[in-house]
Design a protein around this ligand. Structure first.
Ligand SMILES: [Zn+2]
Ligand SMILES: [Zn+2]
Length: 193
């Protein structure tokens, strides 16, 4: 990864005057391994390294925040003593300054993700359009899945055995005759006997 060499550790401008100073520079950042004067419980030299110290990289590319979380389900990070949302901090650190009034939108819809590649600036309107599109696709999936439940499939097989015609069963469940046939022939819902 290229980022380790992009930025320097906090040791810059740090002049060794005393033996304590010398002891301090013996620390190395756990992320980039640069000398670091930070002496908190974890030795992390910069805000950029702090982002890397509190994420878990997922296969889908998301950098899921493992640090503190707010009630709003966004990651929290404190920068210069101020509590901020981690994804916004990450966006500014790795991409660009957030313009006044702009939101940071997730292309992955994972509020805990701080991967700058999944983040973009957007207006409030763009955000609500995003959310409408996301909830629409979710509802679609649910209704598609909910059309038949396991118990319906069992009942359909039972009705077939009792001699009801496939078309009448299909009408009863609001699905096609082909669907009924494929259930009875065991092409779909194979796991239901
Ligand atoms: Zn570092
Ligand atoms: Zn993501």
């Amino acid at each position: 990864m290229g980022w380790t060499t992009i930025f320097n550790a906090c040791i810059i401008n740090f002049i060794i005057k005393t033996i304590e100073d010398y002891m301090i520079i013996k620390h190395r950042c756990e992320i980039c391994d640069m000398p670091c004067k930070r002496t908190f419980s974890r030795v992390i030299c910069s805000d950029k390294c702090r982002i890397f110290a509190y994420i878990k990289k997922k296969e889908d590319g998301c950098w899921v925040w493992t640090g503190k979380k707010g009630q709003d389900m966004y990651g929290q990070i404190s920068v210069n003593g101020k509590r901020k949302r981690a994804h916004r901090v990450s966006f500014e650190l790795f991409k660009e300054k957030i313009l006044p009034g702009m939101l940071i939108l997730h292309s992955c819809h994972n509020t805990l993700c701080v991967n700058p590649d999944h983040l973009r600036q957007g207006t409030v309107k763009e955000n609500s359009n995003d959310m409408i599109a996301a909830s629409r696709s979710l509802i679609g999936e649910k209704s598609r899945r909910a059309k038949l439940k396991e118990q319906d499939v069992k009942k359909i097989k039972e009705l077939d055995k009792q001699g009801f015609c496939r078309l009448s069963i299909a009408k009863q469940y609001g699905i096609t005759r082909e669907c009924i046939s494929s259930i009875i022939l065991g092409k779909s819902w194979k796991h239901i006997n």
